[in-house]
Structure formats: C-alpha cells, structure tokens
Ligand binder design. Sequence first.
Ligand code: 6PG
Length: 269
Amino acid sequence: MTEQGDEPAPPRTLDYGERGTVRVYADAEALAHAAARTFIRAMGEAVADRGLGYVAFSGGSTPKRMAELLAEHPYRDHVPWAEIEFCWGDERWVPRSSPESNAGVAMRTLLDHVPVSPSRVDPFPSPDEIPDPALAASMYETNLKMIFGVTDGPPVFDLVLLGLGDDGHTASLFPGTAAVHETSAFVVSHYVDKLAADRLTLTPPVLNAGREVVFLVGGAGKAETLARVLEGPIDVDALPSQVIRPTSGNLSWLTDEAAAARLTGPKDA
Ligand code: 6PG
C-alpha cells in the first residue's frame, strides 16, 4: 500500500481516439481504488492551479465503493475537501432521504463523514423543497451559473464522473429522449417513460465542457453495451453515452476486466 492507499496494478490501456482512453483494471475493487486516486489527483491539480476544484458526481451504484474508500484513511487525508465544490451530473426526482437519491447516497456514504465546506455541497433541489422538477432544473441551472460565475458559456467542471447504463444511457440522458440533443439549457428535467419517473440531468454542453470526463464502468453486465459504445456505429439516440465528446477535455473510461471482456480493441484509425 502506498502512502495514498492501495495502488492498483497498472491497467491495460486501449486508446479509442475521440471515443476516449480505456483503462482496464483487474476487478471491481481495483477499479474503485483507481477511481478514488483519479478523484484525488484531479481535485489536487484543480486546487493547486485555481484554488478550487469542481466535481460533478455521478449516481448509480458503481461510484459507491469509490466513495467509501475516499471516506477512509489514507485516501481521505489526501483530498482538499474544503476547497471542492460538489455538484451532481443528474438526480432522481425523489426525497434526499431516499436510497434512490444520488446526492443522498453520496452524503450518507462520504460527504457527511469528511470535512467539506457545507456551502460547497450543491445537490439538485428535491421534492422535499420544490414541487416541480422543471422548476428544480431551472433553479439548479441558475445555481450552477452563480457557482461558476458564468453568464452564457457552460460551467466547466474539473472532473465529470459518469456511469454507463446497460441501455447506453449516461447521467440521465436516456435513449430516445430529447435531452440527448439539448444544446442550450445546461440542466433539464424530463419524464423517462422506461423508468416511469422524472429525472434531472446536466446536458451534453455541460458534460462535454469538463476538463476531465471519466466514466466508471464495472461488471459483466456492462460488457456488451461498452463494446457497442466504443466499437460500434455512432447512434446517440440508441447509445446516449456516445454523445459525450469533451470539447477540449480528456475522456477516459475506467473499467474492470469483466466490463471490458467484449472489447476487441481500437480499430486502426
Ligand atoms: C443514475 C446515474 C446513471 C448511472 C448509470 C450506471 O442516476 O442512475 O447517474 O447514469 O451512472 O445508470 O449505474 P450503475 O453504476 O448503478 O450501474
């Protein structure tokens, strides 16, 4: 174990060009350690360069182990917690106390246990506070503009963490939804038929403005979708994760061997 914690064995690396760089770790635990170290590095660099680090956390289950690791010694000792602005890439329209709440889970597994600046923890508004998801999305957009001090261009996160759904969605950009093609709003809400639920999400202009965009993808259940996203034809309506093409930032995929099992490697450019 290094001073910062278990350093995973060096990953296999696959360069998919504009579709990103894939780093393949042995298993879920190694993936979680790599994700925690990526978070520490990205936030450390941002704070050193600009005094603050801005992160958009993803939801879902994959980041949970990363969050648990960051809450513990030694990783927790290497994070500039008070200088990080914590936002979310998307949210379910549920009370923050719900086990479905992305922000609620992040708070309960990590943020409530480390010395963050409470004023720099910026969850989406929830049904506990706002009656209407569209209003909540509009309020979050206004809040982001204020946090980042932007008036027209998109907020620029230092680190955007994303997951990959087995249907190809990311954040709450789901197949067949207009949100995938949103080019002006930074935050939208929409009713997702397949979930029979409202979702709130950052839009491609914001996600693609990130200095570093990192997908965390683990498990055999993601193998087929990951191969389609990285090696198949571009079809963002079917595979919204393909809409993630950072304007100038880096795109990487941290995966485990199970999720990478169907990758045949980048085709010669
Ligand atoms: C959400 C997420 C979503 C998630 C993927 C992967 O709110 O559910 O933001 O995009 O990242 O569905 O989820 P898992 O990590 O649970 O597989």
